[in-house]
Design a protein around this ligand. Structure first.
Ligand code: Q9C
Ligand code: ZN
Length: 573
């Protein structure tokens, strides 16, 4: 089994380790030009040109080591990409890595709506080769790409002219239209070739050596070398190799179904989100079990124990609504377990039912499963947690939340790097704020409706900035009811700038579709267009991002909001 991973940067330890392995494979595959190994690192580390978006796709073998790579230079303004290198470890016996990598490259580009892929293949004409014996190998390579519909461009000077770019080794420029039926226009080809010389080789396209080559792309459409006989098509990539987003779903949430009047936090919410994601090509992952230990890192044993025992004592129809609140008697939890509920709860509308504990545990498992995927190198993981979590404090549940899923995840990630926890639910994430209030290793930022007007009413003010070692590491953006896309995105941009200054290794996003217009618990007017814009901005952070489901209670908004957010998240090139 080959796994694939794409690297958009090398911010993480895992990225850097894999980059080193890529360089090693490079040096062993291309021993005559070892200096480019440095250049690969530069593309990935420094991102020296804003008009080149480099991506490294690595194949990961059974043992976790890199067995091959493809370096792709994407030209976002042109929507074309250049495949700079594709190599598999000459030392591994595993076969088919090169082909699988090429399919992964195509899959990524198709996902992103690219218009085509270019790359160089050494010439197959003996007379034009410094080492004529290579012609046969090069013919085979062209044959391999031909099966994908990738054909060498003919009728230009590109494959005939020694330049500083090719250093005298003549190559064909091969074009893969991906799944497009549209021919390559001369103008588009010239724009690409110009960009290639300029952006990859640092040559001026007006250079007397280069300009005639660019100008030689005259045929419109560009002529591709047609195979002399029919070519067997490459087998369709049966299994997807790259997914833009992994979605972790958990069935046990259904056990927690409070059929109370007006209890809008219900199981169909998850179905609505899943319907919204249909057809977007996301991967679905089942959660693993993690036990209680990670929960203890953010909640007290007393709260966990109470939820576990009280939940277990209840019959299927029973509910405990907190009734007495010993707020000023924190050292005296009521002995009578039903009366003790108010000691551990922040409101009177979030009852405890007989499966609440089991479901809350499953929601944490969902978030932690997502966390592990992020640790293994995924870029975006969406933990579709239910019940939600961000109102759950170290020793209190409430606001439809029992355990703080996002906080458990953020705490786990914090053992591996700096974490920013951004909460964009309509309601202030009092629980997440409280859990990390005295810590500098998790930056908490929340955009929400001003607590003068919205739940939880007691936290979320702008002057709550963290305390002790955590001073300056909590930031709140309370916005007025009626906030629209423009005002929301302005606050988001500011919040993201603040997060960028913190230079986190990971982003945890608590997402609530209750910011959208018409939410029964919300007051904002964010539209689906706004949700798409939010997704784009989150992706532009270029961080490994765990998205954790919080609120959102209009089924239509859950469906369309999730779809729009996800579309924005994966739209960037
Ligand atoms: N019947 C989350 O979005 N509003 N919690 C009060 C009283 C409840 C929202 C309704 C807001 C809680 C996770
Ligand atoms: Zn909410």
């Amino acid at each position: 089994m080959i796994r694939f991973r794409y690297l958009f940067g090398v911010g993480r330890e895992l990225d850097r380790a894999q980059l080193a392995q890529v360089q090693d494979i490079y040096r062993r595959s291309f021993p005559y030009a070892p200096e480019y190994a440095e250049k690969i690192a530069q593309w990935m580390e420094k991102r020296p040109r804003p008009d080149v978006d480099p991506v490294l796709i690595v194949a990961v073998g059974e043992g976790g080591g890199v067995t091959g790579f493809a370096l792709l230079l994407r030209f976002p303004d042109l929507k074309y990409a250049y495949l700079d290198y594709l190599a598999s470890d000459p030392g591994t016996r595993a076969r088919g890595i090169g082909g699988a990598l090429y399919e992964a490259v195509r899959e990524l580009l198709l996902q992103k709506g690219a218009k085509g892929l270019f790359f160089d293949v050494p010439h197959d004409n003996q007379k034009l080769l410094k080492d004529p014996s290579r012609a046969a190998v090069n013919q085979r390579r062209l044959g391999f790409y031909r099966r994908y519909g990738a054909l060498p461009i003919e009728g230009t000077l590109y494959d005939k002219t020694p330049t500083r770019a090719n250093e005298g080794y003549l190559t064909h420029l091969v074009f893969d239209p991906l799944d497009r039926r549209r021919p390559l226009r001369a103008q588009a080809a010239r724009a690409f070739v110009r960009a290639l010389y300029e952006r990859k080789y640092g040559l001026n396209p007006k250079d007397p050596e280069i300009a005639p080559i660019v100008a030689s792309f005259k045929d419109d459409p560009v002529r591709l070398r047609q195979p002399r006989r029919a070519v067997p098509e490459a087998p369709p990539a049966t299994q997807r190799r790259l997914f833009p987003v992994q979605v972790v779903t958990n069935d046990r949430h259904r056990l927690h179904h409070l059929k109370e009047r007006g209890y809008v936090e219900r199981p169909v919410r998850v179905d609505a989100v899943l319907r919204g994601l249909e057809g977007l090509g996301v991967a679905h992952v089942k959660p693993r079990h993690f036990g209680e230990t990670p929960i203890r890192a953010v909640h007290t044993a007393a709260l966990i124990g109470y939820l576990a025992r009280a939940s277990a004592r209840l019959g299927p129809k029973d509910l405990i609504y907190p009734t007495v609140f010993p707020l000023r008697r924190r050292r005296r939890p009521p002995r009578e377990f039903e009366m003790r509920a108010g000691y551990y709860c922040i409101d009177t509308f979030t009852p405890l039912a007989h499966n609440s504990y089991v479901a809350a545990r499953a929601a944490v498992d969902c978030a932690l499963t997502g966390t592990v995927l992020i640790e293994h190198g995924e870029r975006f993981v969406y933990a579709l947690c239910r019940p939600p979590g961000h109102h759950a404090e170290p020793e209190a549940w409430g606001g439809f939340c029992y355990f703080n899923n996002a906080a458990v995840a953020a705490h786990r990630l914090s053992t591996q790097g700096r974490v920013a926890l951004l909460d964009i639910d309509h309601h202030h994430g009092n629980g997440s704020q409280e859990i990390f209030y005295r810590r500098a290793d998790v930056l908490t930022v929340s955009i929400h409706c001003h607590p003068d007007h919205a739940f939880p009413y007691f936290t979320g003010f702008a002057d709550e900035k963290g305390a002790g070692p955590g001073k300056g590491f909590n930031r709140n953006y309370p916005l007025p009811p009626g906030t629209d896309d423009t005002a929301y995105l302005k606050a988001l941009d500011d919040a993201l700038k603040h997060i960028t200054r913190y230079a986190p290794h990971f982003l945890v996003l608590s997402i609530g579709y209750d910011i959208m217009k018409g939410d029964p618990t919300g007051t904002f007017n964010v539209s689906t267009t706004g949700m798409r814009a939010i997704g784009r901005r989150i992706a532009a952070m270029r961080l490994p991002t765990l998205i954790v489901q919080e609120g959102g209670y209009s089924l239509g908004n859950l469906r369309h909001g999730a779809r729009a957010f996800m579309t924005g998240l994966t739209a960037t090139w």
